[in-house]
Design a protein. Structure first.
Lengths: 399, 316
């Protein structure tokens, strides 16, 4: 009897996705709006805005409660930027199945395009002023820098993809790895990029960084978080549209079997190049936000390990699923900080208490463990999980 | 572009490049062996080399070697270092295969999963050595100088130092040994069979898993010898030296034709030589960029490399 009951309950148990899809349209809209409002509320987490009242329990999630915690708004901003990166890389790794280990290169190009063309201190701006008879305080407006960053990163994505995307996938990984490093070496060795000293006074939406700025100041990071959040939401909407379009279907087809896709008339190279360019543009956008908020960048901020960290975010969270990639990014950024502010790391020797010290090791190990035990990631895309399971059944002779 | 500097001493630069390339070639063999059999780029191989350099360094410091000992002791230290390095690197390579790759092969995972695992292993190994050695300062770690550099041969104005001579001789010896092993012995035949067609080889009674462990061990062994040569020549190591050496060795393997043992030697030596030429022509701070450009150009125009890909040789 119990066995029978079990089967009945099993049948009734529906996955979250099924239940979600079963909701009426107005209900889904209500939930999404609620979620978005909650995301915008996050900087105030635990407090009711406009009052001194506190919501018990919620404040526990903040990173600035314990001793030595980090500023909550900056952590939120960093999470949002990393989510943006994960969404961009998810297009390349998760949807099109191309392993891009040089994503930090695009992130750096985005950061440097706002730094080099927007900052009063940049050698490029000074050069342009001297040669083109411009006003002495001329620099490219921040809003134009966004466009420039996207155009430049897309262009560099195509430039890198053109020679390499025709090749087998594993070559792509190592070439992109080299590319990420090259960008850093160029930034370090050229004089035009400010060399190892980097570039200061990178503008934000309100122009050059200034303590008098009303919203986007260095002291209050809340508006930076909201700005990044808006970017994340826009990218989510755009990528969702792409996923369900002809382009998105072509990416999935290429990922699962490129030869079969080619037979069906999918132009592999063209769509891979698109994935690369779109991924690069999102990476550039996140680099721009990062540089604007920091107001200062130098080449050492863009080392190769960061690229691998980005890949870890996507694959640990669940490649091919935007929610998964975002979850990976949040876990990777938020957890080490929260653990530190809890004092949970105090049993470790002092130099291991800085999350930066052991973060890479933890996520290197996480990548290996996840790939062996749950290759589809924590929050997988359904299709991808099926694909992996299907492959596991066609084990070759003598394994 | 400083052409005079290059052509006035072209012979000297060639010798310098060959000695540099010999180390690339030895590391490249690891990539080539694994790729030839498994069609997998073992990203963790650069760390296999790095572990070797640390093992050799600890051995030398552990037995209390001083700077520039007498020639007999120096040779003893080099041989001992070679054995320890080969054992450490070979062991690491086999461990990586057993811990990480074997499970994935059982599940017939797509190559993306293999690559990500390899990256994870590589990152973990780098970080373990970065955090737990040298007080976690992540700095260069020096070691005793085993041999003083001196000119051994002076041939028509081309000076070959004793270090270069040892590096070249050791690299060639290892290469010939490996080539003979793969082409002449029973085990080597097994490796070639699996490289040609894994399923058929398995049906013919070749133990595929054992062959795979063997190629990881061989690749690690070569990296270990490269590690002792590196330590002798440069006298330092660091937790992240694997990255640049790995990228260059991989370029060498692709240049010669990945999966082809002799190709790895040709590719390594050639890369070393053109790298030295390039460094002489331009500012040497762009040297690391150059290897990467070579890689992209080779992949664009001749992705199968100079000698073509084949470990099994008979692949049509």
């Amino acid at each position: 009897m119990t066995a029978n009951e079990n089967t009945v309950t099993k049948k009734k148990k529906r996955s979250f996705a099924d239940r979600w899809n079963g909701l009426p349209g107005w209900s889904r809209f209500f939930w999404i709006m609620g979620g978005v409002i909650f995301l915008f509320y996050l900087p105030e987490l635990g407090n009711i805005p406009g009052t001194n009242l506190e919501i018990p329990g919620l404040g526990f999630l903040r990173t600035d409660v314990g001793v030595g915690g980090s500023d909550w708004d900056s952590i939120l901003f960093r999470c949002a930027v990393f989510v943006l990166i994960a969404l961009g890389l998810n297009v390349v790794v998760g949807l099109a199945g191309l392993l891009d280990l040089g994503y930090v290169g695009f992130f750096a190009i985005g950061a440097y395009s706002v730094a080099l063309f927007g900052s009063q201190q940049s050698p490029v701006v000074k050069l342009l002023r001297a040669n083109f008879d411009l006003a002495p305080d001329w620099a490219l407006a921040w809003s134009w820098c966004i466009l420039l960053a996207i155009v430049l990163t897309m262009f560099s994505g195509v430039l890198l993809g053109w020679p390499t995307l025709r090749l087998r996938g594993d070559y792509l990984a190592i070439v992109t790895l080299g590319f990420g490093e090259i960008i850093r070496i160029i930034a370090r060795n050229s004089t035009i990029t400010g060399g190892p000293d980097g570039i200061t006074a990178i503008p934000g939406p309100e122009g050059a960084p200034n303590a008098q700025n009303k919203y986007f100041s260095i002291l209050d990071q809340k508006w930076w978080y909201w700005l990044a959040l808006v970017a994340v939401l826009v990218v989510i909407l755009a990528v969702r549209r792409l996923e369900n379009s002809r382009v998105g279907r072509s990416w999935l087809a290429i990922r699962e079997d490129e030869d079969a896709a080619a037979v069906m008339g999918v132009h592999g190279f063209k769509f891979k190049l698109w994935a690369f360019a779109i991924g690069a543009a999102i990476g550039g956008l996140s680099g721009l936000l990062f540089a604007s908020q920091q107001a200062f960048i130098d080449p050492s901020q863009f080392n190769v390990n960061l690229s691998i960290l980005f890949v870890a975010m996507v694959v640990v969270g669940g490649a091919g699923n935007m929610a998964g990639a975002a979850l990976g990014a949040i876990l990777l950024t938020y957890l080490p900080e929260r653990l530190r502010s809890l004092g949970a790391l105090e049993f470790l020797p002092e130099r291991f208490q800085d999350p930066a010290e052991f973060r890479y090791l933890l996520f290197g190990l996480a990548m290996v463990v996840v790939m062996i035990l749950r290759p589809q990631g924590l929050l997988p895309s359904k299709r991808r999980a099926r694909e992996l399971k299907d492959r596991a059944q066609e084990v070759p002779v003598n394994g | 572009m400083n052409f005079d500097a290059l052509f006035d001493h072209i012979g000297q630069h060639t010798v310098d490049g060959l000695a540099k390339g010999a180390i690339y070639a030895l590391v490249a063999l690891g990539y080539t062996l694994v790729y030839g059999v498994l069609r997998l780029i073992n990203f963790a191989h650069s760390e296999v080399f790095m572990v070797g350099t640390f093992a050799v360094m600890w051995t030398w410091i552990g037995i209390g070697a001083g700077n520039t000992p007498s020639i007999g002791i120096a040779i003893l230290l080099l041989v001992l270092g070679g054995l320890v390095g080969a054992a450490a690197s070979g062991g690491t390579a086999v461990l990586v295969e057993l811990v990480a790759y074997r499970h994935l092969r059982r599940k017939n995972a797509p190559s993306l999963v293999f690559l990500i695992t390899a990256i994870g292993v590589s990152l973990s190994l780098t970080e373990i050595f970065g955090i737990f050695t040298g007080n976690g300062e992540r700095k260069i770690q020096g070691m005793p100088t085993i041999l003083n550099q001196s000119i051994a041969i002076d041939f028509l104005g081309v000076e070959i130092t004793n270090l270069q001579l040892i590096v070249l001789a050791a690299a060639f010896l290892m290469m010939i040994g490996l080539d003979q092993f793969i082409n002449k012995t029973r085990y080597g035949r097994g490796v070639r069979a699996v490289a040609q067609n894994p399923d058929t080889a398995a049906l013919m009674g070749v133990n595929k898993d054992r062959v795979i462990v063997l190629i990881f061990a061989l690749g690690g062994l070569m990296a270990g010898v490269a590690a002792v040569l590196w330590n002798m020549r440069y006298g330092f190591t660091r937790f992240d030296i694997g990255f640049v050496i790995g990228l260059k060795a991989f370029t060498a393997a692709v240049l010669g034709g990945i999966g082809n043992l002799r190709g790895a030697l040709v590719g390594g030596l050639l890369l070393g030589v053109i790298e030295v030429y390039f460094a002489t022509l331009t500012a040497s701070k762009w040297e690391d960029v150059f290897a990467f450009i070579v890689l992209v150009v080779v992949l664009m125009f001749r992705p199968t490399g100079l000698l073509g890909e084949s470990l099994g040789r008979a692949r049509a």
